[in-house]
Design a protein around this ligand. Structure first.
Ligand code: HPA
Length: 271
């Protein structure tokens, strides 16, 4: 694992001409266009990077893009991989220790999620204070490479308060209301049943989505700080009585994408 990461890093250092990212950004639904806004950008397809899996999701471009945004050097993962596409948890989270080894001090993970907390509305944003991994899987299953991280990593400090405070400050400066809560990570691709959502609420979940937890676990393993933000694209199953649809999720992601990008840009300014 360590040797593979070193090979990916050596390749990317050449592509990025030795530039070191201040932070990395994993772009979820509605945020893809942010990569377009990077200045002096250098892009490489996942498929060209040694040991990276390629994204198949139609809306996910599957490229790493390095460039300047809000005065910082940012490495964007445009298009992420999901467990429901058939990738292993290891495949999904493989880029995370690579981002760390390239010099990123933190990774900002973004996603679309269903709102479980009834105080939320579709179109709101939520900082992930903590998560519940309900996928039943871990990217750390199998032999551990101690050069990457410990066999039994701590999961109490995955989302450092200092980064969450920066998100609050950025949201305040932009006049964007920002919730905090617990993200429940599920495998998908089916949306949840109403009973599952009632269970997640009873367990302490505030939002539910099909990404993020594998990347967060891998980041905790390799010692990379995470700031994770969800766009609540819809209220979760059973709350409004309406059937959930991908169209609804995509439409909201597009409608609120501009505001989400404003928030992320301001967070990067304050990093
Ligand atoms: N459930 C799971 N994943 C999601 C949802 C949802 O309601 N909305 C966006 N991603």
């Amino acid at each position: 694992m360590y040797e593979q990461i070193q090979q990916s890093v050596a390749f990317l250092k050449k592509v990025f001409q030795g530039q070191t990212p201040d932070a990395a950004l994993v772009l979820g639904s509605g945020l893809g266009p942010l990569a377009e806004e990077l200045e002096n950008q250098i892009a490489v397809a996942f498929g060209d990077i040694p040991h990276f899996c390629c994204s198949t999701a139609p809306d996910h471009a599957g490229r790493l893009v390095l460039g300047q945004l809000a005065g910082k050097t940012i490495l964007c993962m445009q298009g992420r991989l999901h467990g429901y596409e058939g990738y292993t948890p290891q495949g999904v989270s493989y880029p995370i220790p690579v981002l760390k080894a390239l010099g990123a001090k933190a990774v900002i993970l973004t996603n679309a999620a269903g709102g479980i907390c009834t105080d939320f509305s579709a179109g709101d944003f939520m900082v992930i204070d903590d998560h519940i991994n309900f996928t039943g899987k871990s990217p750390l299953t199998g032999t551990n490479d101690d050069k990457v991280g410990p066999r039994f990593p701590d999961m109490c400090h995955v989302y450092p308060k200092a980064l969450r405070d920066i998100a609050d400050e950025a949201a305040k400066q932009c006049g964007i209301p920002l919730h905090h809560g617990v993200y429940v990570g599920v495998n998908g691709p089916q949306y949840e049943t109403a009973a599952e959502i009632r269970m997640f609420r009873a367990m302490g979940g505030d939002a539910v989505g099909m990404s993020t937890v594998f990347e967060s676990i891998a980041a905790s393993h390799c010692g990379l700080s995470v700031l994770a933000i969800s766009m609540i694209t819809n209220m979760a199953a059973g709350i409004t009585g309406n059937a959930l649809s991908d169209e609804e999720v995509k439409q909201m992601a597009n409608e609120r994408g501009q505001l989400f990008r404003t928030l992320i840009r301001q967070i990067i300014t304050l990093l």
